[in-house]
Design a protein around this ligand. Structure first.
Ligand SMILES: C[S@@+](CC[C@H](N)C(=O)[O-])C[C@H]1O[C@@H](n2cnc3c(N)ncnc32)[C@H](O)[C@@H]1O
Length: 250
C-alpha cells in the first residue's frame, strides 16, 4: 500500500489537525494511506516568552518569523523519520500549484510543509531549509495552514485506494488537461430542467462520447488556455469540432 507522510510546521497546529480529520483526508490519515505530524516552532524556542517573531530589519509594519525556531522545528521533523523529505514553503511568491505538481508530490514518500504567518519568514530560513516554494493562488492569506491543507487534500486524492473508486481521481478536472464533464443525479426533473436523455440511455459508448465532448467543450469555453496546451487525439478533435459547431444552438 502506498503511504505518504506529511509533516506540517505551523504556529497553529489545531487549524491543520481539525481540518485534516474529516472526509477524504480524514479517511486517508485514519486508514494508513498517509500519516500527519505537526510541529510548532513555538516548542523550539529558548526564551521565557517562547518568541517566534521579531521586528523587521529596515523598519515597516508587522513582524517576521525568526529563523531559529522554524529551523529547529523543520530539522526535528526531518530527524523524526529516516525517509528523506522534500521541504516545501507555502507562499504567495511561489510557483502556482497545479495538478501536475500534485501528481509529482503524490509520487514522493514524504513532504514537510512549512506554513508562514505575520509578514512572512526571515528570507534566510528559505535559503537554508526550503527545497521549493509554492502558492495556491494570486491572493494573500493570513497564514500557510490553509494552503498546506489544500496541498495535502489534492495529493491524498491521488494516492491509490484513498478514494472509494480510483477512476474518480482519474476523471477529475485537470487530470487529462481538461475540465470535468457535468454531473447529474436523481431526481430526473428539477423544475424545468431534466437530465440529458443520453445519460439515461444505458448506452455506454454514447455516454462516454457525450461526456468527452462536454469535457472538451467546457474546457474550450472556460479555459481555452488549458485547451491550447492539450494534445488532442483524432476523436477528441472531432468531438470538439462538433461541440463548437453546435454551441450557439445549445
Ligand atoms: C500574510 S502572508 C505574508 C505575505 C508576504 N508578506 C508576501 O507578500 O509575500 C503570511 C503567510 O501566509 C502564507 N500565504 C499567504 N498567501 C498564500 C498563498 N497565496 N499561497 C501560499 N501561502 C500563502 C505564507 O506562508 C505566508 O508566509
Amino acid at each position: 500500500m502506498t503511504s505518504v507522510r506529511f509533516d506540517v510546521v505551523t504556529l497553529f497546529p489545531d487549524i491543520v489537525r481539525q481540518a485534516a480529520c474529516c472526509g477524504v483526508t480524514g479517511r486517508a490519515f485514519g486508514t494508513g494511506y498517509a500519516t500527519l505530524k505537526l510541529w510548532n516552532p513555538r516548542d523550539y524556542t529558548a526564551d521565557r516568552h517562547r518568541t517566534v517573531d521579531d521586528r523587521p530589519y529596515g523598519g515597516g509594519p508587522g513582524m517576521v518569523m525568526k529563523v531559529e525556531p522554524l529551523r529547529a522545528a523543520i530539522q526535528a521533523a526531518r530527524r523524526d523519520d529516516q525517509t528523506p523529505a522534500t521541504t516545501l514553503f507555502l507562499t504567495p511568491q511561489g510557483r502556482l500549484l497545479n495538478q501536475d505538481a500534485m501528481i509529482r508530490f503524490a509520487a514522493l514518500d514524504r513532504l514537510i510543509l512549512v506554513a508562514g504567518r505575520y509578514e512572512g519568514v526571515d528570507e534566510r530560513l528559505i535559503d537554508l531549509e526550503i527545497d521549493e516554494e509554492w502558492s495556491i493562488g494570486d491572493y494573500v492569506l493570513s497564514g500557510g495552514e490553509l494552503p498546506a491543507l489544500v496541498l495535502m487534500d489534492a495529493v491524498l486524492r491521488l494516492i491509490p485506494g484513498v478514494l472509494g473508486h480510483d477512476d474518480s481521481a482519474r476523471q477529475d478536472s485537470h487530470m487529462e488537461g481538461l475540465l470535468d464533464y457535468p454531473h447529474y443525479t436523481r431526481p430526473e426533473q428539477v423544475g424545468e430542467l431534466t437530465v440529458p436523455g443520453i445519460l439515461q440511455s444505458g448506452h455506454h459508448e454514447a455516454i462516454r462520447r457525450w461526456r468527452l465532448k462536454q469535457s472538451l467543450g467546457r474546457t474550450w469555453l472556460r479555459r481555452p488556455d488549458l485547451l491550447a496546451k492539450a494534445e488532442l487525439d483524432q476523436e477528441q478533435r472531432q468531438l470538439l469540432d462538433e461541440y463548437t459547431r453546435e454551441y450557439p444552438e445549445e
